[in-house]
Design a protein around this ligand. Structure first.
Ligand code: 0XW
Ligand code: MG
Length: 372
């Protein structure tokens, strides 16, 4: 089985905000519209593998949609003729062709896992050691809003079935963050966990002030500050566990953050670390060191969601903080029947081999790049 063609599609994902006319609001940016990139690997035996990467705009992380497609154009000629089942060899070929750009490489890596599962007739989660459960928990991000609105949203989502609430904070006076955290904490039902995700938006002063003001609230602080060094300087100064998200740029940083006792857990994004192969390694390091983590991604359609879900399904529940998907903010599915859907805060694994997603390619128009 060999790759005979690499096709790249561009697809627009207008953001369906939580409130009509409102963006997806975080500390450092409002998200109104996103541009996703889909990779299709066509193989000589007729197998087709799909992957997707969707940066959260151009300022959330050092990634952007045009960069993803430029990186794929650079790498694609080096992929033709390779066996998609030899996923490590495909990764090595990408690294030999282009340094960095893990978020673009991730789409190819995921497509290889999809093709491999289809070739062997098994789901990606089964290739990753097997699913520990068929329904996978998500978590809900309460966006930047008033304490009252934040509490109402958190309460409603717990009624729906979510067992973890991530409150977006930062980008406003810390007094407002503290008030919103207190209002949301007052709604928490037994067993429901809370994270305060600043998305890099706090200074170390803000983080210390909020943590001390909320020392009576059981929560984790996610990506409080921008740089790894700022976040590392908080150890011993805040009274809550620190989870890294945006700073956890690759497996090496994850290992360092654990070794330096900076990270008590992680918000992990499959594309940021380079795809399912790298996310599997992060999963195993976190299991060995008992660092709870999510398995998410920045944004995207059914292919991004399925990649996160298949890895998330294999994480020990004691170490799992959920898989977030953009579905509530995306109009429509690539696969109308088996697209990944939230159901009361949980998601069902697609039944088919590979990712289990059979996309309607007509949604994406003609490829913007085809190499064979
Ligand atoms: C909640 N997410 C997984 C979705 C957005 O991409 C931001 C991200 C996060 O936790 O930072
Ligand atoms: Mg986060």
């Amino acid at each position: 089985m060999k790759i005979v063609a690499v096709d790249v599609f561009q697809h627009d994902l207008p953001v369906r905000g939580p409130v009509d006319g409102e963006p997806y609001r975080m500390a450092v940016q409002d998200v109104w519209h996103l541009d996703t990139t889909i990779v299709r690997l066509q193989c000589d035996d007729g197998t087709v593998g799909y992957g997707e990467t969707c940066p959260l705009g151009s300022t959330y992380q050092p990634q952007h949609a045009l960069g993803a497609r430029a990186a794929l154009a650079e790498m694609a000629p080096h992929l033709v003729g390779l066996a998609p089942t030899a996923i490590g060899r495909v990764g090595a070929a990408m690294d030999a062709a282009l340094m960095g750009h893990r978020y673009a490489k991730a789409a190819v890596d995921v497509a290889c896992w999809d093709a491999t599962g289809k070739a062997y007739g098994v789901r990606v989660c089964d290739l990753l050691g097997g699913a520990v459960r068929e329904r996978v928990p998500s978590y809900h991000g309460v966006l930047i809003a008033s304490p009252e609105d934040s509490a109402a949203d958190a309460d409603a989502r717990q009624t729906e079935g979510f067992s973890r609430i991530q409150l977006k904070v930062g980008g406003r006076p810390v007094e407002d963050d503290i008030a919103a955290l207190r209002a949301v904490a007052a709604t928490l039902r037994p067993g429901v966990r809370l994270a305060a995700d600043a998305n890099k938006g706090w200074t170390t002063r803000d983080a210390i002030q909020v943590s001390n003001a909320c020392r009576d609230i059981a929560l984790v602080i996610e990506q409080p500050c921008d740089s790894y060094e700022e976040n590392a300087s908080l150890v011993g100064k805040v009274c809550h566990p620190i989870y890294l998200d945006e700073s956890a740029t690759d497996l090496g940083v994850v290992v360092t953050a654990i070794g330096q006792r900076v990270a008590d857990g992680f918000g992990m994004k499959v594309s940021r670390v380079g795809g399912i192969s790298a996310m599997r390694a992060v999963r195993d390091v976190c299991a060995a060191t008992r660092r709870p983590h999510t398995v998410d991604d920045t944004w995207g359609g059914d292919l991004v969601a399925a990649a996160s879900l298949h890895v998330g399904a294999t994480v020990d529940p004691a170490n799992f903080e959920g898989t977030w998907i953009a579905e509530p903010y995306v109009d429509g599915h690539y696969d109308a029947e088996h697209g990944v859907r939230l159901d009361g805060g949980w998601m069902d694994l697609p039944p088919g081999p590979g990712l289990g997603i059979n996309p309607d390619e007509s949604l994406w128009g003609d490829p913007v790049l085809s190499v064979s």
